[in-house]
Ligand binder design. Structure first.
Ligand code: BGC
Length: 334
């Protein structure tokens, strides 16, 4: 199992859930982290190949650069399962287990739309994930599906992206067009970069683009960083900010009213799907899939899982009562 980085709580969650799932397993497994480096990722895969693995479960750091690593695995007859992030432009991938990433972006956008229904000219700040990650495209595509009509009808005005402004009349964007916006408002999945960008954006705009604002933040780590910047601007009266991953720190932010929502992706399900797939492969059976994803070269058989929108109202039900976290992990939850 190869994961992109230990430094983001999302992937530390996956590590923990893999460990939980593997506790009583008869299979030997190893989890390696690539620390945001495609070179390290390739090295990790080579290490595992030399240990004689039969199945590789990999969430790539960079979805295009990872092609070389999985091609090396494929050459040795190893079954490759892409985990959460697709690997692009290669035929050396057998399966893909993923959340519905388009639905993640749609849910984030819908939250902003619902929060400002009936309003006009609400400043909209757009932020995106890292363009090296195929998911950043899917999240933004989903968000655009829902936001674009609401930009067109005057509910929102784009505050921080000339590229989005130039494309605002197009309901469907090509990958290149998405890339233009993403490259302009990317956080590179880095909270520091998110913070710096938010500061730059707020410095650049006048009071007409402050007041009550909507912020599309791609995940929890970047959402907290961006929210902290908006919270300290005297001309921002209120903000609604999205997130995803249900990171513990963001659950606390939601309880404290500092982050509006998160998209909960139950990592237990993804881990179970990946492990079930691997075991089937090891037993010579064919894993069940629910559809396909085109990676630019082939249609990859995929198993997809739904996501859940969490805010202050349902946080206890979805995250505590479901056994995902303990109430004692947080302040202000009964
Ligand atoms: C994952 C998100 C995560 C992001 C940054 C994406 O590929 O789907 O859950 O927040 O990467 O690590």
């Amino acid at each position: 199992i190869v994961l992109p980085t230990k430094d983001e709580p999302r992937w530390a969650q996956d590590e923990q859930r893999f460990k939980d799932a593997l506790k009583d397993s008869k299979y030997s497994t190893e989890i390696l982290f690539s620390q945001g480096s495609s070179a390290k990722e390739k090295e990790n895969v080579e290490t595992l190949i030399s240990k004689g693995i039969k199945v590789l479960i990999i969430a790539p750091h960079d979805g295009a650069a990872a092609g070389a690593a999985v091609e090396a695995a494929k050459k040795e007859g190893i079954t490759v399962i892409a985990y959460d992030r697709l690997i692009n432009e290669t035929d050396a991938i057998d399966y893909y287990v993923t959340f519905d990433s388009i639905a993640v972006g749609e849910a984030q956008a819908q939250y902003l739309v619902d929060a400002y229904s009936g309003k006009k000219n609400v400043p909209l700040y757009l932020y995106a994930g890292g363009a090296f990650d195929n998911n950043a495209f899917l999240f933004f595509e989903g968000a655009w599906n829902v936001l674009q009509p609401k930009i067109a009808d005057g509910t929102f005005v784009i505050a921080n992206s000339s590229e989005a402004e130039a494309l605002k009349d197009k309901a469907q964007l090509t990958r290149d067009e998405l890339g233009k916006i993403i490259n302009q408002v990317t956080t590179n999945w880095d909270p520091n970069e998110a913070k710096n960008k938010a500061q730059t954006h707020l410095t650049a705009v006048g009071k007409d683009l402050k007041g009550d604002v909507a912020i599309l933040a791609p995940n929890d780590g970047t959402a907290r960083a961006i929210a902290d910047v908006f919270a300290t601007d005297g001309d921002v009266t209120s903000y609604v900010v999205t997130g995803q991953d249900a990171e513990k720190a963001s659950v606390q932010y939601i309880l404290d009213g500092k982050q509006s929502m998160t998209v909960f992706k139950d990592v237990r399900t993804l881990v179970k799907d990946a492990m079930d797939m691997a075991v089937k492969v090891l037993n010579g059976e064919t894993p069940e899939t629910t559809g396909t994803y085109n990676n630019g070269k082939i249609d990859v058989k995929a198993k997809q899982t739904d996501v859940i929108v969490v805010n202050k109202e349902n946080v206890k039900k979805e995250l505590i009562d479901s056994g995902y976290y303990e109430a004692s992990d947080f302040e202000g939850i009964e």
